[in-house]
Write a protein that binds this ligand. Structure first.
Ligand SMILES: [Zn+2]
Ligand SMILES: [Zn+2]
Length: 336
């Protein structure tokens, strides 16, 4: 992509570019098998994130949930071999030395590189990566279903962890798409009661199918929504928000009990914060390398269902246009 523009103008162009080169001893060159299509790719392409300095250069290849096969390795690579199948997440690299990296919170590193934004991403045939930041994928996970683990999956996993689930406690998941459909299942695995909320019936049906204990339609009248919630469930112990809306964030804060936890996995504003109810609002962004490895293990050893629809890479513009109109059930994946 050479120019930021609305997706309807088909800004993504197929072009031939040089294969990435291994630049460091820990570098890898990989052939891509699948890449998930993320709402943040859409924001990037349409220029919504120019104000945050992203992408840092043009042209850029978007895409940051990638499964690929290792084709070449740098001279210092120790733990990854030729032919390994690995996943690459949005956190392409971090400095590994700063105060965040030193305590295993490298997702907060100030000098992190982001796949598909500050370095070339996965809407391509080849990609480069660094040994320390890839996660091997067990044989029982196929590439198309494994790819979404590397952004929505890890985002869901970390947000559920941040919501401090307890057996028997009730967690509300606000927004059921690529991330929410996985958060429901991961929260269920922790023994929590899960209440899913979305505007779209299609998404609520999916939530039920994936094991949500109850679903409540989100509606513009916040009072009505809260009334329905209180009647059916009472207030929640915690809430996780994946719907990028200030109103939904506000509704989620009002939906939890005093002292309850609200985890925000999206950008948005907190208004009317009820200070004297001792609620806790936490931000959550992707996850660490350890979270990633833990999630891949969990996915391989459970019946976590990653709901995908697969398309050819050449259809990226159309797929993103459908995502913009909320026409994708859970996650679209592109294959070269
Ligand atoms: Zn993503
Ligand atoms: Zn760092």
């Amino acid at each position: 992509m050479s120019k930021l523009a609305p997706i309807e103008t088909r800004p993504l162009k197929m072009m031939s570019i040089d294969k990435p080169k291994i630049k460091t001893k820990n570098g890898l060159l990989l052939e891509i098998e699948a890449c998930g299509v993320c709402r943040s790719n859409l924001h990037l392409i349409e220029g919504d994130w120019k104000k945050y300095g992203s992408p840092s250069q043009l042209p850029v290849v978007p895409g940051h949930e990638v499964v690929a096969i290792v084709k070449q390795i740098g001279s210092g690579v120790k733990n990854i071999r030729m032919g390994d199948r690995v996943g690459i997440q949005p956190l392409f690299s971090s400095c590994l030395e700063c105060e965040y990296c030193a305590v295993g919170r490298e997702n907060l590193c100030e000098s992190a590189e982001i796949t598909g934004e500050s370095v070339q991403g996965g809407y391509a045939e080849y990609i480069s990566a660094l040994e320390e930041f890839v996660t091997p994928i067990p044989d029982n996970l196929d590439s198309e279903h494994a790819a979404p683990l590397f952004c929505p999956g890890i985002t869901a996993y970390k947000a559920v962890k941040a919501s401090e689930p307890t057996a028997g406690g009730t967690i509300g998941v606000f927004g059921i798409g690529g991330v929410g459909h996985l958060a429901i299942q991961i929260a269920k695995m922790q023994g929590a009661r899960v209440v899913a909320t979305s505007r779209a019936k299609k998404h609520l049906d999916l939530a039920k199918k994936l094991g949500a204990d109850n679903v409540i339609v989100y509606q513009d009248s916040q009072e009505q929504f809260l009334k329905n919630l209180k009647k059916e469930e009472g207030l929640l112990d915690s809430a996780i928000v994946f719907a990028p809306s200030d109103k939904v964030i506000d509704a989620a804060i009002r939906s939890v009990k005093k002292g309850g936890i609200v985890v925000l996995g999206v950008l948005g504003n907190v208004s009317n914060f009820p200070t004297f109810e001792e609620k806790i609002v936490k931000g959550s962004v992707i996850g660490t390398r350890k979270d990633m490895a833990d999630l891949v293990k969990l996915a391989a050893n459970s019946d976590l269902k990653v709901v995908v629809e697969t398309h050819k890479l050449a259809e990226a513009n159309e797929v993103l246009a459908r995502l913009k109109k909320s026409q994708v059930e859970a996650r679209a994946v592109l294959v070269p």
